[in-house]
Write a protein that binds this ligand. Structure first.
Ligand SMILES: Nc1ncnc2[nH]cnc12
Length: 237
């Protein structure tokens, strides 16, 4: 259960400014909440255009998105790439998924452990193909890591991992080498609750910065100029 605070967090996504509500997850942690399904059609166009601009050059054959909030992202990008089929990794074991490929996920917004499932009938769409995996937010990286494992088990070659936002930096360690696949349209910190106020987790953001692993809060112009550095680990557009 979320507790909405009076605070908001300003973030640039694909070069446009947005104000996200800060919600409390526990008495110690809060997040700036991006509910992509509440952001409207124009937002879908903005993120669909930006992710497609970035990944089209890598010539993906198909886009994979994780339910639930990765679904609109996968559809927007597929439509722009002119690819009819897309593959959705499901969270709930619907009756027709009894025989699905399964990987475990632990998300910061969901208390109970979850699973990601790949319908075996979708394997033929992925085998030997160049796959772009997309999601709304990469936070712990657990969901993206599970998606990557499933897509590789299907015999695909992953050419990129796109997200609207990266959140904090723990996903880098969890994804390891695969962090290099990640491009996001914006970045948000995680928040600690300090004296009742949601405060950006400065230690994590600073740590990531000093290791030159991130382009957090850099103006877009500087990000472009430093793209070669960005591609060592994560690109942000
Ligand atoms: N900040 C966020 N907004 C929406 N979904 C999330 N999942 C993890 N972090 C999130």
């Amino acid at each position: 259960m979320y507790l909405e605070t009076p605070q908001t967090h300003q973030v640039q996504i694909a070069g446009e400014n947005f104000s996200l509500p800060i919600v409390q997850l526990s008495d110690r942690r809060a997040i700036a909440l991006l509910m992509v399904i509440d952001m409207g059609v124009r937002f879908g166009d903005l993120v669909g255009d930006a992710l497609t601009r970035h990944f089209a050059q890598l010539r993906p054959d198909i886009v994979v998105g994780s339910a639930t909030l990765g679904v609109p992202v996968a559809i927007e990008v597929s439509r722009r790439l002119g690819i009819d089929r897309y593959v959705i990794l499901q969270k709930s074991p619907k009756f027709h998924l009894a025989d699905a490929l399964v990987e475990d996920v632990r998300s910061i917004t969901t208390a109970v452990p979850q699973r990601l499932l790949l319908d075996r009938r979708s394997i033929k769409l992925l085998q030997g193909r160049r796959v772009l995996v997309v999601d709304d937010v990469i936070a712990t990286g657990s969901s993206m890591a599970a998606a990557i494992r499933l897509v590789r088990r299907a015999g695909a070659n992953i050419i990129g991992a796109g997200a609207i936002l990266t959140e904090g930096h723990s996903w880098r360690d969890l994804l390891g080498e695969d962090a290099k696949l990640v491009t996001s349209l914006g970045h948000i910190p995680q928040f600690d609750i300090v004296d009742g106020v949601a405060t950006p987790d400065a230690a994590t953001e600073k740590d990531a910065w000093t290791k030159d692993r991130a382009l957090v809060n850099k103006p877009i112009g500087q990000i472009r100029r430093r793209r070669s550095v960005a591609q060592k680990d994560v690109a942000r557009i």
